[in-house]
Design a protein around this ligand. Structure first.
Ligand code: HEC
Length: 142
């Protein structure tokens, strides 16, 4: 019973201000994870465990984001946010961009586990492209 109600609570969208804080924290985590991964790739001898950890952190944070854009958490929420209003008028496109990030970051874990540096580099780039594509369309200030 307890775990069932906890699951229900975590699936529900938080109130707008809490959602904004949580999604911004999630994006910061993603940014840090991308940097950690790319920093490893830049070294002559990347440490696989560190790259796996970064890819897992990235994918986990990505999976949290879809519920953190409830109605009312745009520019009218009363706290600073770079989320553009078109997120809520073009939700299907926005959700599609999110789904692409979740898919590419999931694939990144597998590729990192495979251990081929060139393949990891290519998949890190493909993942980063999903960030940039969404920011161009749905984020102010970039
Ligand atoms: C589906 C769209 C989407 C995708 C995909 C996406 N972002 Fe963002 N990102 C946003 C939006 C919208 C904001 C503004 C959030 C806010 O201010 O409420 C944002 C904000 C950010 C911020 C600033 C957070 C802060 O306020 O300090 C960082 C850093 C960031 N994103 C990194 C990333 C990285 C790295 C990726 C890919 C691994 C990524 N984002 C993928 C939409 C996206």
């Amino acid at each position: 019973m307890i775990s069932a109600s906890l699951n229900a609570a975590s699936a529900a969208a938080p109130a707008p201000k809490a959602a904004i804080a949580a999604r911004q924290a999630g994006y910061k985590k993603m940014g840090a994870a991308m940097k950690a991964l790319n920093d490893q790739l830049k070294t002559g001898a990347p440490v696989k465990a560190k790259m796996v950890g970064a890819a897992q952190a990235l994918a986990a944070a990505a999976r949290e984001q879809p519920r953190l854009f409830p109605a009312g958490s745009g520019p009218t929420a009363g706290v600073p946010t770079d989320a553009l209003p078109n997120i809520w008028t073009d939700r299907a496109t926005f959700d599609g961009q999110m789904a692409r990030l979740i898919a590419e970051s999931g694939k990144l874990i597998a590729v990192v586990n495979g251990g081929n540096a060139d393949a990891i580099r290519a998949q890190a780039k493909a993942t980063g492209a999903t960030c940039a594509a969404c920011h161009r369309q749905f984020r102010a200030d970039n």
